[in-house]
Every structure is written in structure tokens, then in C-alpha cells.
Write a protein that binds this ligand. Structure first.
Ligand SMILES: [Fe+2]
Ligand SMILES: [Fe+2]
Length: 313
């Protein structure tokens, strides 16, 4: 049954969403910028503007979030990991793209669950959400333009067309969550669990595909592992879509997805460590490796919430 979101939950959920997705949008803009060749400088410049605009969203969210956000989200590793700062620094050195790292330190310094009167922030958060909706809409359009140019062979970038589709899908998901929050709408946890699993199982499958395709061809063991994860999440996504076989209930699907996502998360942790210490040969930009790790951490938090609400033991 659908219900109405309490002001304090509206504030907390909105800020937690920005701390995750605001940073994700900022980083998509960096990946887009880094993928262009010299002759498409104007596209790279536009991407840089989006990076700055989402940096501002993130800054505003951090300012409002102290004492408001939950420990569950704070400790999940979806906003930053212990590798984020290093990944940002190395990516900046290698790409020449300026990355403000102060927010990474600030997020680390937030105090969760400090009993701040969240309802007082409702008006400010409503404005921030509206601003993020407008910006995300513009970013979706920008990603679509680049994708169209690539598919018509009028534009070259080192990002795969599927990466553009993937990051556009994440932007659309962010916007849908924001629009639901602006309407103060609560959806029932079963519908929500299915929606999240349909969405993130596809994203996890594609992360594994990107890793497989961006590794040096000599990294055969890692490529085989990545391909196995891609197959596993393809299967889980089909089941979540109601097409697959072998799993009977949402509870079983959620439990199996948790196990698979933990394994993929561990693979991503090993991947970013290997990249930061120059032990893996690839064309993966270090911040992308940390980015997909945070997305797995976010998904694990959502899955544990579903597990709790579905009462799976
Ligand atoms: Fe992403
Ligand atoms: Fe992703």
C-alpha cells in the first residue's frame, strides 16, 4: 500500500540519495570528459560544467546532512570508500581534470544519527531536490546527445555506447527517486525490492562487462571472472523481470542476489587495489573502479533493507 512520507524521512532520504547519486552524476561527467579526443573540446567543456554543477549539489547536501543521515547509509561505503580520495587524486593527475576532493574528507567527517530536527530542513531540501531534478534532466539529455552521435558514427569517444546507456539509466533512476520524494510518496517494500533488483542486477551485469572489456587482453584470469559475474547477474536480472527460472520467491531471489553482490563487491575491491598499486593492466580510470565499488555497496545496503523488510532469515 502506498503512503505519505513523514517530513523527517523526506529530509533524510533525500540527503542520503544526493550524497550517493549526486557524486555518481559528478563522476559520470568526469568519465564523459575524459573520453573525448582533442577535436571535441566543446563536449568535454560541457561535461566539465556538469561536473561543477553536481559538485555544488553534493556540497549543499553535505552542508545539510550533518546529524541527519543514518548510520546505516554512512557506514555502507556507498558515499565514499577508503580508496576514494586516492582514486580521485590519481585520476586528476592522469587526466588533468580538476577534481575537488574536499567533499570526500567532509563526508567522512559527518556525524550520523545525531538527532537533528530534520523536519526544519524540509523547505531547503525541497529546493535542493528541485535543483537536482533540473540538472539531472539536462545531464540525461547530454548523455543522449553523445550516444546518438556515437551511434551515427558522427562522434568519437573512448566510452562505449553501452556505458552511455548505463550512466543515462542511472541518471533516470536518480530522477525518478527524486520525483517520488518530492511527491512525499512511499511505495510498499515488495514493489520497491523488485524495482531495485530489476535495476541494479542489470547495472551489476554491465559493470562486469565493462571490467571485462577494459582489462588488458593479457589479464585472462580476471576477464574470465568478470565474464562469470556478467552471466550470473544477467540470470538474476531475468528472474527479477519475471522471465527466468530456478528461483521461486522474492525472498530467495534477494538472498541469492546478496551472495552474488558480495562476491562482485570483493572482486571490485581487489580490482581497485590492483589498479591503485599498478598491478593490473587495463584502460580503467581509477575513479571508475571506485565508482562501481560504491554502486555495489549502495546495492548491498538496499538489499539488506529488503531482506529485513521481507523478513528473510
Ligand atoms: Fe555509475
Ligand atoms: Fe553503474
Amino acid at each position: 500500500m502506498n503512503g505519505v512520507l513523514l517530513p523527517r524521512d523526506f529530509v533524510r532520504e533525500s540527503l542520503e540519495l544526493h550524497l550517493f547519486f549526486g557524486r555518481i552524476m559528478k563522476e559520470h561527467s568526469i568519465f564523459i570528459e575524459a573520453g573525448f579526443v582533442g577535436m571535441d573540446a566543446s563536449y568535454a567543456q560541457q561535461a566539465d560544467q556538469f561536473k561543477c554543477l553536481f559538485t555544488d549539489v553534493l556540497k549543499e547536501a553535505i552542508l545539510l546532512a550533518n546529524g541527519v543521515v543514518s548510520g546505516e547509509a554512512f557506514y555502507s561505503g556507498e558515499w565514499i570508500t577508503d580508496k576514494t580520495l586516492r582514486a580521485e587524486q590519481i585520476t586528476q593527475e592522469l587526466s588533468g581534470i580538476t577534481i575537488e576532493t574536499v567533499m570526500t574528507t567532509e563526508v567522512n567527517g559527518l556525524t550520523p544519527d545525531a538527532g537533528v530536527n530534520q523536519a526544519q530542513l524540509e523547505a531547503q531540501v525541497t529546493v535542493l531536490n528541485q535543483k537536482a531534478i533540473g540538472l539531472t534532466n539536462a545531464l540525461i539529455q547530454f548523455k543522449s546527445n553523445i550516444l546518438d552521435g556515437m551511434l551515427q558514427c558522427k562522434l568519437f569517444t573512448f566510452n562505449f555506447p553501452l556505458l552511455l546507456i548505463h550512466i543515462r539509466r542511472e541518471a533516470i533512476f536518480y530522477m525518478q527517486h527524486l520525483e517520488r520524494l518530492q511527491r512525499h510518496m512511499v511505495i510498499d517494500f515488495v514493489t520497491e525490492a523488485i524495482e531495485e533488483e530489476k535495476f541494479w542486477n542489470r547495472q551489476m551485469a554491465e559493470h562486469a562487462q565493462f571490467i571485462s572489456h577494459l582489462l588488458d587482453p593479457t589479464e585472462s584470469d580476471l576477464i574470465v571472472k568478470a565474464n562469470n559475474f556478467a552471466g550470473q547477474f544477467d540470470r538474476l536480472e531475468h528472474i527479477a523481470q519475471g522471465e527466468g527460472q530456478g528461483i521461486k520467491t522474492l525472498g530467495q531471489l534477494t538472498q541469492e542476489t546478496i551472495t552474488a553482490t558480495r562476491a562482485l563487491r570483493d572482486f571490485k575491491v581487489a580490482g581497485i587495489e590492483g589498479l591503485l598499486t599498478c598491478k593490473i593492466k587495463s584502460i580503467i580510470i581509477p575513479l571508475l573502479a571506485d565508482h562501481v565499488l560504491r554502486e555495489a555497496n549502495h546495492y548491498l545496503r538496499i538489499l539488506s533493507r529488503s531482506k529485513r523488510e521481507l523478513q528473510i532469515y
